[in-house]
Design a protein around this ligand. Structure first.
Ligand code: BES
Ligand code: MN
Ligand code: ZN
Length: 499
């Protein structure tokens, strides 16, 4: 998809012209109005008089024109001007792009009432996210896949910053889509080994270094938790480490840790069939941190960053770990296995400990499809955010709003510590209480982050798209945009922690 900027509609030919109005706004006050033909104006006015057609938020009316430079005009209802938000803006862009895909429009022109550079990045980003489809295992139809080849953004006042914003939006969305590709790949094709290979491929041509640790090295490091989870699989576990150096060596890095469970059967605590269905996406956190690293390199952000992805497949076999086993993690903490299906926190235990053993993080952010309980708590529109630092919690929420990767804070008080109390080990990965499962996961992880500012994102709620988000079915790439914005803030001194 190609994006171009223009200051006037004049001379543009397109399959569709997109115009948005607020409720009760005068049609003529839109800067594009004067440039429309009389037929076009009358057609729009006529449509808007029809019963059921309005400028209510969320409405989309396609006005077909017999001739002229645009075959269709999409009239987008923006609702009350006072209610207009970046959130609505993202959705509108995506919905129009989905309409364009279904209608087989190859070229589309958005004419804005006014357009900031952030607005430009947002439009580009969401256009790219909306038109993504996972087609790796589908034969191309004889007529080809529908594809929006060109998007033109028209606004009166454009600067070099708008041009840069196009590039930024494109970079970010392309990498979010890359995370979606990785997560959508079936479990049989996406193993710890292929996930590691994907990291190596991603680093090619970028200022990124990759190191992949295999069984022998993991044994030397005494990563008993990661090895324990991986034991039941014919595909051995990996620890994937990526580094980005964009600042002097003395600058403390931001360290991302991403859950890389390439398939989660639950292990001996086997998942019921319905719950197992999407578990090839259980490496979504790993995919997000990998993509975010590539974005930092492409955006040339002036900071250091590390991504750590403990990758394993959680399977059932004669060699699998068992409920009741006690795993000795790299940090020395003995973990009693209350439930083999609470495997994410196990591999993260070693990943987080690795972060603190080998780096001095400015901040650690882990991203994981950790608990079904987080989905119960929040539904599917926000990931759960945990941190004990009030300032970071506020910053984290703001990062969600600004990036479009929405998060919501959860309580994380020491009163919850009892949730991971073990009988024989130092901690249990799944305690006796049925309640507060997402918090229990976070409390468990906290036992492995001893000295760094830390944020835990449970992205299980936002792992897959839902109706109404105007995204293709499957993975959303959740976490990627959040991590990029978080790193950008650290690089520019806007995160309440220091490098
Ligand atoms: N990968 C799952 C969590 C999950 C559920 C992600 C739904 C995405 C959608 C995780 O490994 C898991 O199985 N968690 C258990 C923890 C429990 C056994 C303590 C859960 O949520 O039931
Ligand atoms: Mn599990
Ligand atoms: Zn899992």
């Amino acid at each position: 998809m190609r994006f171009t900027l223009a200051t006037t509609l004049r001379g543009l030919k397109t399959d569709a012209l997109v115009l948005g109005w607020f409720e009760r706004q005068k049609l003529a006050s839109h800067p594009a109005w004067a440039g429309l033909s009389l037929t076009a104006k009358q057609a729009i006015q006529k449509q808007l008089k029809r019963p059921g057609v309005s400028l209510e938020w969320g409405s989309q009316t396609v006005v077909q024109l017999p001739k002229g430079p645009w075959a269709n005009i999409v009239v987008v209802g923006l609702g009350q001007q006072a209610d207009w938000t970046a959130r609505r803006n993202r959705l509108v862009t995506r919905r129009v792009m989905r309409t364009a895909l279904t209608a087989h429009w190859a070229k589309i022109v958005f004419s804005f009432q006014d357009l900031s550079s952030e607005g430009t990045a947002r439009a580009v980003e969401n256009a790219v996210l909306a038109t993504y489809e996972y087609r790796a295992y589908r034969q191309t139809p004889t007529s080809g896949w529908p594809e929006v080849k060109q998007v033109v953004l028209v606004a009166k006042h454009l600067t070099a910053e708008h041009q840069a914003a196009v590039k930024r939006g494109l970079t970010i969305a392309t990498l979010v889509n890359h995370a979606r590709d990785l997560a959508n790949t079936p479990g049989g094709k996406m193993t710890p080994r292929t996930l590691a290979a994907a990291a190596v491929t991603l680093a090619k041509g970028r200022k990124l270094q990759v190191r992949v640790l295999t069984t022998v090295q993991l044994e030397k490091l005494k990563m008993g938790a990661l090895l324990g989870v991986g034991k039941g699989s014919a595909e051995s576990p990996r620890l994937i480490v990526m580094e980005y150096h964009g600042a002097p060596k003395t600058d403390k890095p931001i360290v991302f840790v991403g859950k890389g469970i390439t398939f989660d059967s639950g292990g001996y605590n086997l998942k019921p069939s319905n719950s197992m269905a999407e578990m090839h996406m259980d490496m979504s956190g790993g995919a997000a941190v990998m993509s975010a690293m590539a974005a930092l390199a492409d955006l040339r952000l002036p900071l250091n960053a590390v991504a750590i992805i403990p990758a394993a497949e959680n399977m059932v076999s004669g060699s699998g770990f068992r409920p009741g086993d006690i795993l000795t993690s790299m940090s020395g903490v003995h973990i009693e296995v209350g439930n083999t299906d609470a495997e994410g926190r196990l591999v993260l235990a070693d990943g987080l400990a690795y972060a603190e053993k080998f780096y001095h993080p400015a901040i650690v952010v882990d991203v994981a499809t950790l608990t079904g309980a987080a989905v119960v708590a929040l539904g599917q529109e926000a990931a759960a955010l945990f941190t004990k630092d009030d300032a970071l919690r506020r910053a984290g929420q703001e990062i969600g709003e600004v990036s479009g990767d929405y998060v919501w804070p959860m309580p994380f008080w020491e009163e919850y510590d009892g949730l991971v109390k073990a009988t024989f080990g130092d901690v249990t990965n799944s305690g006796k209480s049925r309640w507060g499962g997402a918090i229990e996961g976070a409390v468990f992880l906290s036992k492995f982050v001893k000295r760094s500012p830390w944020i835990h994102l449970d992205i299980a709620p936002t792992m897959s798209s839902v109706e109404g988000q105007a995204l293709a079915p499957g993975a959303t790439g959740s976490g990627t945009r959040w991590l990029i914005e978080c790193a950008r803030r650290l690089a520019t001194g806007q995160l309440p922690t220091t490098r």
